[in-house]
Design a binder for this molecule. Structure first.
Ligand SMILES: [Zn+2]
Length: 305
């Protein structure tokens, strides 16, 4: 098995074997508030997701991201799987991201989603307290550093081992055609363990927002146990639209088997404390309400005779 395949397989296997140990069910003994009992790292101080408080962020202006294989020129997205806690898409071939303030080039391993039972919840990251109905994560690893390494090496504490790109979705009036094949796949994988081979090509670039230069950046963790603190996070501020009926297909997914089958439900971890971490904002300076008030005030002063 080539290294990428080995790591990709192991990430997949990890998510399967962990399935019995934890749940998204609020209040459960193995629910999000008690994940520290599943893995002590879940209670540490660089956890994800977080709420981005825009006025507390540090403004930066990094070089634009460089994407390779995101338009299927060198890689493809062959299928989508119901792995129990989420829907995960496999990647074949080479897809990578670099620049954008990232410390190295990262190769994409898999893509998965987080959602909730209603539109009011679902995303893991929130912006000034606002939560979104869906969040997509493209998980990458620092493939040059870990060339030939096994999964234990990647997971063992290098804070830059993984880079995840997070995309937030908002409800739109119409179906988002870029999501059509993924949504069709969801209707075929409502039970845990099912997979659907895409009939039409799906490319990563079509799943990202138009504006790829406006995003938040911080150092955090995986958002499921074992919550390893090895992720450089990017969360784009521009959202991607999804229709109400497309959203419902995510909510139709179930997990468990036999008499234990139940809806995946609220498939997101609640936000975690930021503590003393720096959170960066790359992009245009947003016009804030206080500065608008100031400008209005100055105009008024000049108008008063
Ligand atoms: Zn995720």
């Amino acid at each position: 098995m080539e290294p990428l395949k080995a790591i990709s397989f192991l990430l997949f296997a990890l998510s399967l074997t962990d399935a019995a140990k934890w749940t998204y069910e609020r209040g459960a003994a193995t629910g999000p508030a008690n994940w520290g009992n599943v893995s002590a790292e879940c209670d540490e101080r660089r956890q994800s997701p977080i709420n981005f408080v825009h006025e507390d962020t540090i403004s930066v202006s990094w070089k634009p991201f460089k994407f390779k294989g995101y338009n299927t020129s060198t890689g493809s997205i062959p299928r989508i799987n119901n792995i129990g806690h989420t829907a995960m898409m496999d990647l074949d071939g080479f897809h990578s991201v670099s620049e954008g303030g990232l410390p190295t080039e990262y190769q994409a391993l898999q893509v998965h989603f987080h959602w909730g039972k209603t539109d009011a919840v679902g995303s893991e990251h929130t912006i000034d307290g606002k939560q979104f109905p869906l969040e997509m994560h493209i998980v990458h690893y620092a493939y040059i550093r870990f060339n030939g390494s096994d999964i234990d090496a990647v997971m063992s504490g290098d804070p830059d081992a993984l880079a995840v790109l997070g995309v937030l979705f908002e409800i739109g009036e119409e179906d988002n055609e870029e999501l059509a094949e993924i949504i069709k796949g969801l209707t075929e994988i409502t039970a845990e363990g099912q997979a659907y081979d895409f009939q039409e090509s799906v490319s990563l670039i079509d799943l990202l927002p138009e504006d790829k230069s406006s995003f938040y950046r911080y150092n955090g963790s995986l958002t499921t146990p074992d919550c390893h603190q090895i992720v450089t996070w990017t969360v784009f501020t521009e959202t991607v639209p999804i229709s109400q009926s497309q959203m419902e297909q995510f909510r139709a997914l179930t997990e468990g088997s036999g008499s234990e089958v139940h809806s995946i439900g609220d498939a997101f971890r609640p936000v975690q404390p930021v503590y003393d971490r720096d959170v960066f904002y790359n992009g245009a300076v947003l016009t804030t309400i206080p500065s608008l008030v100031l400008v209005m005030g100055l105009i008024m002063i000049h108008l008063i005779p």
